[in-house]
Each structure stands twice: as structure tokens, then as C-alpha cells.
Design a protein around this ligand. Structure first.
Ligand SMILES: [Zn+2]
Length: 480
């Protein structure tokens, strides 16, 4: 815990070695403790927990607005339920953790720690849904899920316990209604990523071979990390009636005829915290978007022996006044001022207010923005109005900066050599493809990297593989 307070702990430069910088910053900023004695499991520290709690709450509010109700399902899934959906289990069987014993006794049936909750929830859905009047059924939960990752683990990015996993599951009367839900969910995720996290993203339809096990189609939200690799932070799936047939989720329609429900599911996890760190952080530490920051403003009293008490009382009054509208902290600790600046800077708090005898005399405060270091002297009288504008502007500017950097990381490729050159240059290649899914597959095989997926093209162009009229714009690159 004290490592974050060690001022001599110098960060690696982000540009010089992104991966090392990332691993350091998440520790010194007090987000995670990586020394927990199980590989791929880490402790979420107070600042990390606060940020994730805040960002999850914003997402959950939008889901509730969409009609999704919150539930909490058991962590255990009976093995026979997990094995019921053959496609689904194929996608997970090497990654699930089993509980085989209780004390010294072997269990009659092995229990699975949920890798995701379809097979926990859907047997219940089949009990809850009887008539078309029970539809749509829309629920979500925010829980940990467990996957035995065999690839190299990385804190917040690839872990064996995925914390703050927010998963929604919905049932609908027909395919169209499920498709509508997929659109609504995609809109919620787009809004959350760009407006709350202030991060740029690529939304694309995953290729057939990379669709969620058991889904008809998968839409993914990827961000491009500073090292040019893409990282999936959210997915939305239309499950059709694959699962409802397996789990017998049926209802009587208006004509008293029995139908299988159409289902969707969508999820997001701690990777959203990894995205905030990676996209916004700099060589001084984290930079938090105001909407996500658990503390938006820190007040730091500049106290000298003579007027110390007076300044502190003044700061306390200001704290009480601003507390009504903002998430705010008054740092009245005994630490040196320089050390306080350093602490809050590394934690990425958007605004810092300094008040000393000089400011008090003139009824002003000095405000510094974490995002660009800009300092202003503001009259105390108009403070709220000024702060309001400043927080809005920071949120907006951070998003613009992220979009700009994403643009720089995507480059159009006209042939395979071009794709290789772009990926070697630590970027994502944008390509035009025809309707034939084999062309995307062949491209992936020729390049040896991941085809992220595609969206309908807006260009009049030729397929990079076969030269026919292009129909889709796709993306290919290295992935996390
Ligand atoms: Zn083609």
C-alpha cells in the first residue's frame, strides 16, 4: 500500500515502453496490488475500486433506463447445465474451474465457477417465461466471472477472475425484437465508452469464426491501445433461439401457439478501467475523465505557520460549499505540499484547487487542470460556474484527444504488403472486402494476425483479396 506514496518511484516513459509503464502506473496510482499469490488474480485497491464502481454505476443507470432489472445469480453452475449447449461448452471447456469437494467429501455432481452466466440463468428463464406477456425479460448483474486463462495474464486486461463483469441477458418474442435490443445495447455501450470513459472505439461485427460460442452474431467494441494492439472491451450478441431450444425457454404467443424465445446477451468488464488508464494516462500518472473520477476536485491548503489555521478554516468552508455539487476532497494531511500535488496528480484527479494566504487576501483560488496542466486564478464568487464549464470542457477535450489518437492508429491498406507494413508500424490496418467471408479468412491466414471484424462500407472500392466490388470495411491487427 505504501508503494504508491514512494515519491522516488520513477515511472517508465509511456512512449518508451507502454507495457512496463502500464504495469507500473496501475500500482503506483493505487488501482491494483499485483502481489496476490495466485497467478492472474489481483487485489483491486481503493482507488481502482472507486473508479470501477463509479463507471459501473453509470453503465447500470443506462441499463435500468433501458428496462433491464438487476439480479444476482449464484456463482456455482451444475456441470450438466454447462454441458447442455454443445457449441457454448466447446468455447469454454478448457477454461472452466471445477469445484469437486466440500470438505473431505467428493460432490455427487461437479460444480462450475461461472465463466459467464448463460447456463446459470437460462434454466431459470424456462421456469419464468410462460406467455408472450412475460416478454421481453431483461436482466443484468455485475459479478466476478472465472476463466482459466492459459495465455500470459496481465492485470485488468487478462485475468483469471474477471471482476466487475457486467452482463445483461434478454428474452424476446421474435428475431426482430431481439435485433432491436442488440441495437439499443450497442447504443448504450457506444455512449458509455465515448461519453463517460471519453475513449474512442471501433464497433464491428466479428467474423463467423470469432462469434461468441452459441451466438448467431457478435458485435464487438474494441479500443486501440497506445502500442497499436486492439483490445475488446465490450460485446453484444444475438443468440437467436440456439439457447432457448437447449434450455426449453418457450412461451405461448397471441394465438396460443408455442414459440421459442429469441435471446440476446451483452457484457463489459474491468477492461474499461484498463482502457481509461491506457488511453488517458501520461508520464505523471493517471488522467481521469471528470465523469468517471471518484474525486473530481482536491483542495490543497497552502499553510504557513502564521496564517495556517485561518487558511485551513477557509478551505473547510469552501469544501462544505463545493461538496453540494461535486465529488471533492480536502487534503488537510500533514504531508508537504509538493508531496500532496504529486499524490493527486498520479491518481489523475481532474482539478486541483490551491488556497494560501495570497489567494485568501484577494478572494480567489488557483485551479490547475490535470489534463493539460493549465493554471487559472478564479474569483471565489463565480467558482461553481467556472468549475462546471471546466469539467465539461475537460471531458470533451479528453474525448477529442482520444479520437484524434485513434485516427492516427488506423491506416488504410491497399494490398497485403501494406497490411504487414502497417501492423509492423504498430497500427491497425483498415481494408476493403467483398461479400465472400472466405476473403476475410484468407486475409487473416495470409497475415497471421487477427481479423477484428467489419461494418458495411461507405466506399466504392475493390476487395483487397479478390478485386471484386467491396461491401465491407474491415480491420486487422494484433490483439490483446
Ligand atoms: Zn473478395
Amino acid at each position: 500500500m505504501d508503494r504508491e506514496k514512494d515519491e522516488s518511484y520513477a515511472l517508465t516513459e509511456k512512449k518508451e515502453n507502454f507495457s512496463e509503464w502500464f504495469n507500473q502506473i496501475i500500482q503506483v496510482a493505487g488501482l491494483i496490488e499485483h502481489r496476490y499469490p495466485i497467478k492472474g488474480c489481483e487485489v483491486l485497491m481503493p482507488h481502482g475500486t472507486d473508479i470501477l464502481r463509479r463507471s459501473t454505476t453509470l453503465l447500470e443507470e443506462m441499463l435500468k433506463e433501458n428496462g433491464n432489472k438487476e439480479v444476482v445469480f449464484p456463482l456455482f453452475i451444475p456441470e450438466n447445465m454447462l454441458k447442455k449447449e454443445t457449441e457454448h461448452i466447446k468455447g469454454f471447456e478448457d477454461e472452466v474451474y471445477y469445484v469437486t469437494h466440500a470438505g473431505k467429501n467428493q460432490l455427487n455432481e461437479k460444480l462450475v465457477l461461472r465463466p459467464t452466466s448463460e447456463t446459470a440463468m437460462y434454466p431459470m428463464f424456462s421456469l419464468w417465461i410462460r406467455s408472450h406477456k412475460d416478454l421481453p425479460l431483461k436482466i443484468f448483474q455485475t459479478v466476478s466471472v472465472f476463466r482459466y486463462e492459459t495465455k500470459m495474464t496481465k492485470p485488468l486486461v487478462r485475468t483469471r477472475e474477471v471482476m466487475f463483469f457486467n452482463e445483461s441477458h434478454t428474452c424476446h418474442k421474435d428475431w426482430e425484437d431481439a435485433e432491436k435490443e442488440v441495437k439499443e445495447a450497442s447504443l448504450i455501450y457506444s455512449k458509455h465508452i465515448s461519453e463517460n470513459l471519453a475513449v474512442a472505439f471501433i464497433a464491428s461485427k466479428r467474423p463467423k469464426w470469432d462469434t461468441f460460442p452459441g451466438a448467431v452474431h457478435t458485435k464487438a467494441f474494441d479500443i486501440i491501445m497506445p502500442d497499436g494492439k486492439f483490445m475488446q472491451i465490450g460485446t453484444v450478441h444475438n443468440l437467436g433461439n440456439n439457447f432457448s431450444k437447449t434450455f426449453d425457454i418457450k412461451f405461448k404467443d397471441e394465438n396460443e401457439e408455442e414459440q421459442y424465445a429469441n435471446q440476446t446477451c451483452y457484457g463489459m468488464s474491468t477492461r474499461s478501467l484498463a482502457a481509461i488508464v491506457a488511453i488517458h494516462g501520461d508520464d505523471k500518472g493517471l488522467v481521469l475523465p471528470p465523469k468517471i473520477a471518484p474525486i473530481q476536485i482536491t483542495i490543497i491548503p497552502i499553510m504557513f505557520k502564521k496564517d495556517g489555521e485561518k487558511v485551513l478554516n477557509h478551505c473547510k468552508d469552501l469544501y462544505a460549499r463545493l461538496k453540494k455539487n461535486y465529488r471533492i476532497h480536502l487534503d488537510a494531511s500533514d504531508k508537504a505540499v509538493g508531496s500532496k500535488f504529486y499524490d493527486w496528480e498520479i491518481k489523475g484527479i481532474p482539478l486541483r484547487i490551491e488556497i494560501g494566504p495570497k489567494e485568501m487576501e484577494k478572494n480567489v483560488v488557483t485551479i490547475t487542470k490535470r489534463f493539460d496542466g493549465e493554471k487559472s486564478t478564479i474569483s471565489e464568487k463565480n467558482l461553481e460556474e467556472f468549475i462546471e464549464n471546466m469539467l465539461d470542457n475537460i471531458q470533451h477535450d479528453m474525448r477529442r484527444a482520444a479520437e484524434y489518437r485513434q485516427k492516427e492508429k488506423i491506416q488504410k491498406a491497399i494490398d497485403k504488403e501494406d497490411v504487414n507494413r502497417i501492423i509492423d508500424d504498430k497500427k491497425i490496418a483498415k481494408v476493403e472486402l467483398c461479400e465472400d467471408a472466405n476473403c476475410a479468412k484468407k486475409l487473416e491466414e495470409a497475415i497471421g494476425e487477427n481479423y477484428m471484424g467489419d461494418d458495411k462500407t461507405k466506399e466504392n472500392s475493390k476487395c483487397i483479396m479478390c478485386g471484386q466490388q467491396s461491401r465491407y470495411t474491415g480491420y486487422i491487427g494484433k490483439k490483446y
